[in-house]
Ligand binder design. Structure first.
Ligand code: EPZ
Length: 418
């Protein structure tokens, strides 16, 4: 088992370039299936989830390398539409290979992805979306398959602006016959990045980033070179770390307008944030002020993927704050571990009531999922003494060597294998 050992209690300082966005790179790698040839995709972070995606693409017949953030992909020989069960089980996000494989091969089979630690993770919107194109769906023995001779463009209304469902439908529509309109689409920046990638491949997509996306199907797409946008959740994690532990850092390779909600909240709690072009300067010299209420919601609202990290930050604030989680039904698993470090948090009816304390005690804590793990690392950096975070494989799914990132910002954190 690998753990992080953190000697906390020191303010952060230094400069860090933010990694490419996991949640943009994953659908972009899936979309590459839709054209034959060689791709170069830059600023792809070295993460477990990316590794699994590349293993899946290789199992489907592609060739792939990933060196220094650049993914080289040759999708010419993709001929298999069945995502291997063991790989499907390792990463839910493989669900958004369905649209691309169905569009490329006319058939796709996946094992129904399980829920995960933050909630049920339903896929009904993916399935009804793909069925709307006229594809025939079958489900048996835990497998879901779709078949079609030709996807036909259509209008689709999403009852919830699901990120993954919007991506799956947008990809399938790119090669469908006719026009597709997605209403109540997700507006996350990663959707726009995927649309930009598909348009570079020759797709005709308009409106990505708004709640209505129109896609005019084309006959063929072509391979391209592309650079992935910066990871707004990683940037937000570091901003909240400075707010919790104090200090003065500079983040480069950021897109501040992807973090408006987080910047607003951090500033209202007393964190100084200056932005110019792709640089964010973040400074905090005292404990944050509490904030009455934060509700997570789809973009441009406060992102659920920063909720755990925000909780660590507010658990050290002067005063009481309330966080309501509305996107996932079980995303408070970090609360008990933070309580073991001295946080005072009460959860009821989907809300966390956080009474700020002046300091955390160091402890040995366990990461339960990706962002909960990041929240515990922030807590360890803020706490005096030695904190050990266990089960850090969860963290490696979304952060490219998080210990090195925080070391560059002056923290004392080492990865140990026990
Ligand atoms: C994406 O997951 C992200 N993952 C998640 O990031 C992120 O938390 C989430 O969007 C919300 O922003 C990737 O992009 C790889 P959703 P996704 O479909 O697509 C319900 C991280 O930490 N829903 O928007 O799975 C679902 O149950 C990860 O990087 C349905 O009901 O999110 C959930 O409650 C965690 N039916 C809500 O919508 C469906 O068909 C949000 O799900 C699909 C989703």
């Amino acid at each position: 088992m690998e753990t992080f050992t953190i000697e906390g209690g020191k303010p952060l300082s230094g400069t860090l370039r933010i990694q490419g966005a996991k949640n943009a790179a994953l659908p972009i790698l899936a979309a590459a299936v839709m054209a034959e040839g060689q791709f170069h995709i830059y600023d792809v972070p070295h993460l477990k989830d990316i590794e699994v995606m590349l293993q899946i693409l290789t199992a489907l017949g592609a060739k792939a390398t990933h060196t220094d953030g650049c993914v080289w992909l040759d999708t010419t020989s993709i001929s298999i539409g069945h995502v291997p069960d063991d790989l499907m089980g390792q990463m839910r996000s493989s669900i958004f290979l369905m649209g691309p494989l169905l569009a490329r091969l006319g058939e796709v089979t996946i094992s129904r992805p399980g829920g995960c630690l933050i909630g049920e993770r339903r896929i009904d919107l993916h399935l009804s979306g793909l069925t709307a194109f006229g594809a025939k769906m079958e489900e048996a023995d835990g497998y879901i398959s779709f078949r079609t001779k030709q996807l036909k463009g259509t209008n689709i209304f999403l009852s919830f602006p699901s990120v993954g469902a919007t991506e799956n439908i947008m990809m399938a529509a790119a090669l469908a016959k006719g026009t597709t309109r997605i209403c109540n689409a997700a507006r996350e920046p990663e959707i726009s990045d995927l649309a930009n990638f598909l348009n570079a491949m020759g797709a005709k997509i308009r409106g990505a980033g708004t709640d209505t996306i129109e896609i005019t199907g084309v006959q063929r797409l072509r391979p391209v070179s592309y650079r992935v946008i910066p990871d707004r959740i990683v940037a937000g994690t570091h901003i909240l770390a400075v707010g919790a532990a104090q200090g003065h850092i500079e983040l480069t390779n950021t897109i501040p307008e992807h973090l408006t909600a987080l910047i607003e909240v951090a500033r209202s709690c007393g964190v100084e944030i200056k932005t110019y072009h792709d640089i964010m300067e973040v400074k905090s010299t005292s404990r944050p002020r509490a904030i009455d209420r934060i509700i997570t919601s789809p973009f441009p609202g406060f992102p659920t993927d920063l909720q755990a990290q925000l909780m660590t930050f507010l658990a050290l604030a002067r005063g009481t704050s309330v966080i309501k989680e509305t996107v996932f039904e079980a995303r408070f698993r970090h609360v008990n571990e933070l309580a073991r470090m001295g946080a005072s948090i009460y959860v009821d009816l989907g809300s966390a009531f956080i009474r700020g304390v002046s300091r955390f005690n160091s402890a040995t804590v366990e990461a339960s999922d990706l962002r909960a793990g990041a929240a515990l690392v922030i807590a360890g950096i803020a706490a005096e003494g030695t904190t050990v975070v266990e089960q850090i494989h969860h963290i490696d799914r979304g952060y490219d060597r998080l210990e090195r990132q925080f070391e560059q910002l002056g923290a004392t954190i080492t990865r140990t294998i026990q």
